[in-house]
Design a protein around this ligand. Structure first.
Ligand code: ADP
Length: 608
């Protein structure tokens, strides 16, 4: 495994290649030199032998004998004399393969077992020849070179002169050379491996550095740069890598900024946004979408889109929406959990133009629809409210113009009705104008320190006459001597008190009771106006502050009400950062609560 790992690295490969190259080169050189050396030694031995034979007189004297067998003694003497100067073994073999003379003890023996027959035969055939081979002694196998020269001419050789030289020393020398060469090769290989290692290291180290940093970059760390140590290809690679790192960092920062910008926009946008892929996995859902669909983040992550949407609107499943928005984006409305939603969706595609999923924008249009309805109702109400007095005025005026009424008394009563209806219209227009000014914050409210006790007493005084007319009891439960300082617009606050008080008088029977109180609690004052009048049905209670809302239209109108009093009061109280509430029980009575802030300073100056 380790070897495999090493070979997989450039360092290992370089070292291996270097060693292989050196090994191959030295082996080729070695084989070449050794073979040359061997050839050289053998040739020089051969040359020595043949030179000795050519230059010495042995072959000449042998050639001079007609019959060598008859001159055995002389030949042996010549050999003995000659062998002293020559290191090789010398044999003279006759035609019948008998050694007739030799430099060793083989004289008189048959050459067949001792010498090479082939060579002898070739020599007897008239040719000088040679051969390398081995002879087996008792202890070893000895390398030899044998040379044969024909005796008595080339055609009719009478015998052969057989020379045999021992090549052991030659081969020993060659073997020693081989050993030296092998050692040299091992040293060369070791040096090559070491050099290769360091050369490879100088190449691989910068590459490893780049790899390490690339890994860090992959993990999102762009802080470190590669040190450039050389000006070569690797140095340039490191330089380019550093440029790449900076560019990548810049691009990623840009992308991440854009992403966080987009995420913030999506997070805080009022419309819900959902992106779903074709498999039904919700890729993104912003908080508004989660709130509208009433699902948690965990559900978004864990549940399939179709499972969620089926419970909300089965017409919005992936399959159906993809089908519907094939040609153009689709917009439709639906109702869920008491709210109305407008949903707009379209498919989104990848760079190849194939569908990837659906993007949906959800809008809660409940409020918008409510406002639109209110606007329409308002126009209808205003028209209706104006139409009634106008019709009355027109019919009475026409009767008067026609001269049909001759009785001055009736004429007067007609004119009084016209006047009353005109007053009603005037009140209505005045109230509408005031509401409009309050809506557009054009109503100039002069907020100053003022005494609420005084304002309450004034208001009670103003409605006292009407209450007395209905034999109603107005009970001021608050201490009329104690000042309650508030900051507000005196006239507006008084208008609110008058509205509430006159409502209590209007909607309480003859002889009824109205209690007025002002209780101070924790920097606030709570004004209560409680009557034991007709009350308001529970179902209508939440609507009493709506414009033109009246429980009993005919009754309210008959009493001169416009249906705007409480709406105006609410606007004014809210302009003073206060709260107005109404509690009522049908047939038992109504209590109005107005909470206002007390003035911080208890100073006596500038009090109205
Ligand atoms: P209006 O001019 O008709 O009095 P308001 O806005 O002042 O209009 O009051 C709205 C409606 O609330 C009234 O028409 C009446 O039906 C109901 N309402 C207000 N105050 C009382 C009350 N004290 N008792 C019973 N009903 C009341």
């Amino acid at each position: 495994m380790k070897v495999k790992g090493t070979l997989n690295s450039i360092r290992g490969k370089i070292v291996l290649i270097y060693c292989l190259l050196v090994f191959i080169a030295t082996t080729i050189i070695g084989v070449f030199i050794m073979s040359q050396l061997e050839a050289y030694y053998i040739n020089s031995t051969k040359d020595n032998l043949s030179k000795a034979v050519q230059e010495g007189s042995l072959l000449i004297s042998l050639n001079s004998y007609e019959d060598i067998d008859k001159h055995k003694e002389e030949i042996q003497e010549s050999i003995d004399a000659w062998s002293k100067s020559l290191q090789q073994e010398i044999f003279v073999v006759n035609e019948s393969f008998m050694i007739i003379a030799a430099s060793n003890e083989t004289k008189g023996k048959s050459a067949i077992d001792i010498l090479d027959q082939g060579l002898i035969l070739q020599g007897l055939g008239g040719g000088s020849t040679e051969k390398t081979g081995y002879i087996n002694s008792q202890t070893a196998r000895i390398p030899t070179i044998s040379m044969v020269f024909p005796v008595g001419g080339n055609k009719d050789a009478r015998g052969v002169l057989y020379l045999r030289a021992d090549l052991t020393s030659v081969y020993n020398t060659i073997n020693q050379s081989k050993e030296i060469f092998l050692k040299a090769m091992i040293i060369a290989l070791a040096i090559t491996a070491a050099l290769g290692f360091f050369i490879a290291k100088s190449i691989t180290e910068p590459i490893n550095n780049v790899t390490k940093l690339a890994k860090k970059m992959a993990d999102g760390d762009f802080s470190q740069e590669v040190s450039i140590k050389s000006n070569d290809e690797i140095g340039r690679l490191a330089e380019m890598f550093n440029i790449l790192r900076l560019k990548l960092n810049e691009t990623l920062t840009e992308i991440s900024n854009e992403k966080s910008k987009l995420e913030t926009i999506l997070k805080y946008m009022a419309d819900g946004l959902i992106a779903v892929d074709l498999s039904g996995h919700i890729v993104h859902a912003n908080p508004s979408a989660m709130a509208m669909l009433k699902v948690s983040k965990q559900e978004i992550e864990e549940r399939n889109y179709d499972d969620i949407i089926k419970e909300i609107n089965p017409r919005l499943t992936i399959k159906e929406t993809i089908e519907k928005c094939k040609l153009a984006p689709v917009e439709e409305n639906f109702e869920f959990g008491g709210s109305n939603y407008a949903v707009r969706y379209d498919h989104f595609r990848d760079e190849n133009g194939s569908d990837v999923g659906i993007i949906m924008i959800l809008q809660d249009i409940t409020q918008r629809q409510k406002v639109e309805k209110m606007q329409m109702d308002f126009v209808a109400n205003v028209s209706h409210e104006l139409k009634t007095p106008l019709t009355t005025i027109k019919s009475y005026t026409e009767t008067l113009i026609d001269g049909a009424v001759e009785d001055p008394e009736t004429e007067k009563s007609f004119l009084e009705i016209i006047n009353m209806e005109a007053d009603r219209m005037n009140r209505l227009v005045k109230d509408l104008l005031q509401l409009s000014r309050l809506d557009h914050q054009q109503e100039k409210l002069v907020k100053k320190n003022c005494d609420l006790t005084k304002l309450l007493l004034n208001a009670v005084k103003k409605v006292e006459l009407t209450a007395n007319g209905k034999k109603q009891h107005l009970n001021c439960l608050f201490d009329s001597e104690k000042r309650i300082l508030i900051i507000g617009d005196k006239d507006s606050i008084e208008q609110v008190l008058l509205n509430v008080l006159s409502n209590s008088i209007k909607y309480t029977q003859v002889g009824g009771r109205i209690d007025i109180d002002a209780i101070i609690h924790d920097k606030k004052v709570a004004i209560t106006v409680a009557d034991n009048g007709i009350g308001i049905p529970k179902a209508e209670l939440s609507r009493v502050f709506e414009r033109f809302f009246r429980v009993d239209k005919a009754r309210s109108r008959a009493m001169g009400g416009t249906g705007l009093g409480l709406a105006i009061s609410k606007q004014i109280v809210e302009e003073h950062d206060g709260v107005i509430k109404l509690e009522s029980k049908e047939g038992i009575g109504t209590t109005v609560f107005i909470t206002l802030s007390l003035a911080a300073s208890r100073g006596e100056s500038n009090i109205d």
